[in-house]
Design a protein around this ligand. Sequence first.
Ligand SMILES: [Zn+2]
Length: 90
Amino acid sequence: MNVNASFKCPECGQQVEDGVIEMIFELHDTHVTVSNVPAKVCPNCGQEFIDGYVAENVNRLVDRVIEDVDSYAKKVVRLPSTPRQIAITA
Ligand SMILES: [Zn+2]
């Protein structure tokens, strides 16, 4: 999706504004929260729009964090029923 400065919300036609959002990824037993993700936000209905390249960067960031955490997690004992919570900032 290409989001430019004059992008209007397809839901309500309102001009969207620059903002940051929080993205939550649920992968297996790990929940990753990415905050401070740059996005366009509709001030009217709250729809959030993320550029394709931003989404790609966030996905890469999450992949890397997951890999790091997996290698770290082998050294620590944790309850299998408790999902890990990871919070990172874009
Ligand atoms: Zn809207």
